[in-house]
Design a protein around this ligand. Structure first.
Ligand SMILES: [Zn+2]
Length: 363
């Protein structure tokens, strides 16, 4: 094969192929929007994509997901997406995380990413991701669809987040009325190939512009039934956060990195904190059932887990930054997990970087 696959990009004003090749995007959601976003970013020449999704491909996904085939039904969405992109755009390294975003991508990964894209299907998941982006100090690009349209919103670091302006009751609501999926399958909303493609392409366009350092609309953009895009009225995304929004705490700049990764055990972790400290998981896990306990309870206290349990099995993400509560009431401190494999195998950098370097050396 001769020629440069990106030759036409080079003619686009403001385009910088190297900048895209050096960029990392974390994508939460590998459904209809996630498919279009991932496909377009990979075709555009993105260097690295981390994609998180706990679900498997369903037959009803095939009408809106260009990267899924009938033979993929029942297989993990994130893995299928990564395999499809390996064929379509082999220059993009894709890390498939078969988990919800909170267990799939650690705060250190979000912090080091150039952009986080939310292609999620519920308000609760979006708000959770917004909080993690704020902690990590990384901007979040959010998209959602409804029957004949959708929205794309950019939340820059330090500005308003997805939850700003919502009251406590609204923050607690589990689903957006315009979400493409509701918790009750009987109440699933309509969704179609053209709308998913259109909103997904807008998301990808915004993502590429942000990665290139170009401007995007400050107000949320609504795509209506006729395919027209218009800015929504409301506070521009660059405005200061809502003072009542609880999601604006930032991680400290000097979080220590432990000589442990996601595959370490609870006992390993407890060896690295004080006996009076309580390390916490961001995703709750089931507390071991005690005799006579009638109800299985969920906890985030890692001391409650079996000492031999691996952190990954408890839903702790790769390169997670864990809060550690001090029992003397002096607040929280944070500890960061090393990249998977880095500590145990002594490889500098994470395994993905090592693999990419090897691959590039061969080509
Ligand atoms: Zn907020």
């Amino acid at each position: 094969m001769t020629g440069d696959r990106f030759a036409r990009h080079a003619l686009v004003p403001g385009w910088d192929q190297k900048r895209l090749a050096d960029a990392t995007v974390v994508l939460a959601g590998a459904g209809a929007l996630g498919n279009t976003v991932a496909q377009t970013l990979a075709l555009a020449g993105l260097g690295r994509l981390v994609v998180c999704d706990p679900d498997t491909v369903a037959v009803s996904n095939l009408s809106r997901c260009p990267l899924f085939r009938a033979a993929d039904v029942g297989r993990p969405k994130a893995r299928v997406l990564a395999e499809a992109l390996a064929d379509l755009a082999p220059g993009t390294a894709v890390d498939a995380r078969e988990a919800p975003h909170v267990s799939g991508a650690g705060l250190a990964e979000l912090r080091d990413a150039d952009l986080v894209v939310s292609a999620l299907d519920s308000r609760a998941a979006r708000i959770s991701l917004a909080g993690r982006c704020t902690l990590a100090g990384t901007g979040m690009l959010d998209g959602g669809t409804h029957a004949w349209g959708g929205e794309v919103s950019w939340y820059p670091p330090g500005g308003r987040c997805r939850a700003c302006g919502l009251g406590p009751a609204e923050r607690a609501v589990q689903d957006d009325p315009w979400s493409c999926a509701a918790p009750d399958p009987a109440a699933e909303a309509g969704a179609s190939a053209p709308v998913s493609g259109l909103v997904g392409a807008w998301l990808a366009d915004f993502a590429v512009r942000l990665l290139l350092g170009l401007s995007v609309p400050e107000a949320p953009l609504r795509v209506d039934a006729a395919g027209f895009a218009m800015p929504l009225s409301g506070a521009p995304s660059g405005e200061l956060p809502d003072p009542d929004c609880p999601l604006h705490e930032r991680l400290p700049a000097d979080v220590p990195v432990l000589p442990l990764d996601q595959e370490a055990t609870v006992a390993d972790l407890l060896d690295h904190v004080d006996v009076h400290e309580e390390p916490l998981a961001w995703a709750g896990f089931s507390r071991p059932v005690r005799r006579r306990a009638a109800v299985r309870t969920v906890t985030s206290r890692l001391r409650s887990a079996p000492a031999s349990a691996r952190l990954s099995a408890l839903g702790v993400a790769p390169r997670e930054v864990l809060p550690v509560a001090r029992r003397d009431g002096s607040g929280l401190r944070y500890v960061e997990l090393a990249a998977v494999g880095k500590e145990r195998q002594g490889i500098p950098g994470d395994l993905t970087e090592a693999r990419r370097a090897t691959t590039e050396g061969v080509l």
